[in-house]
Ligand binder design. Structure first.
Ligand SMILES: Cc1cc2nc3c(=O)[nH]c(=O)nc-3n(C[C@H](O)[C@H](O)[C@H](O)COP(=O)(O)O)c2cc1C
Length: 181
């Protein structure tokens, strides 16, 4: 079985979370992790499971303007590094025209500040809504992984992402029809 993990990331945290989710999926799935700009229609069509995640900006998914201000702030900062694919396509634009099989298993995640989601917003809600709009089957509720005020991933989150990936793999494989015979 194949899974594709598609991520958008400005400072690398969502990229790190995507890699750890992939590690959790890997015992069960043949996993490809790609930045959103490289997530081609072919890669998506070959997958049995689509996992999509991005950073929370202005309470939701990024927009061109928020990505630009994030990249500009990162380039000026001594503390933050800008992910190699940060200036490419955003998830909002990638999700609009995607073509997926109706009923395809999917899951959404985000990164956001370590505060109540009522204050921060959650990009994963918008991602999940768009995946449902394309008739994907959301195998797990959307999940957030947290960064501190300096936009560094909390120490707990890498392991939690691996666990979440492993749980997702177990849920999706239990739902897959067993081959006849
Ligand atoms: C322009 C901008 C707007 C942001 N707005 C929010 C927000 O509304 N809520 C929130 O929790 N975090 C917000 N953040 C923090 C991001 O969620 C954080 O930078 C992101 O999770 C880090 O992921 P990345 O390293 O993959 O870019 C914002 C960051 C930027 C650069």
């Amino acid at each position: 079985m194949r899974a594709i993990v598609v991520y958008e990331s400005i400072y690398g945290n969502t990229h790190t979370v995507a890699d750890h989710i992939a590690a959790g999926l890997r015992p069960t799935f043949d996993v490809t992790v790609v930045p959103v700009g490289e997530a081609t229609r072919e890669l998506v069509s070959e997958a049995d499971l689509l996992v999509v995640g991005g950073p929370t900006h202005a309470h939701g998914m990024t927009r061109r303007g928020t990505r630009k201000s994030g990249v500009d702030a990162g380039l000026k900062s001594d503390d933050l590094s800008v992910d190699p694919d940060a200036e490419g396509l955003g998830l909002r634009d990638w999700l609009r025209p995607i073509e997926v099989r109706a009923g395809m298993a999917a899951a959404a995640f985000d990164t956001r500040f370590d505060m109540l989601s009522a204050f921060t917003g959650r990009a994963s809600r918008g991602i999940a809504r768009r995946l449902r709009h394309h008739h994907c089957h959301l195998a797990m509720p959307p999940e957030s992984f947290l960064v501190d005020k300096k936009q560094h991933l909390l120490a707990s989150e890498a392991a939690r992402a691996t666990e979440w990936g492993a749980t997702l793999a177990a849920v999706v494989s239990a739902e897959m029809p067993t081959p006849a015979g």
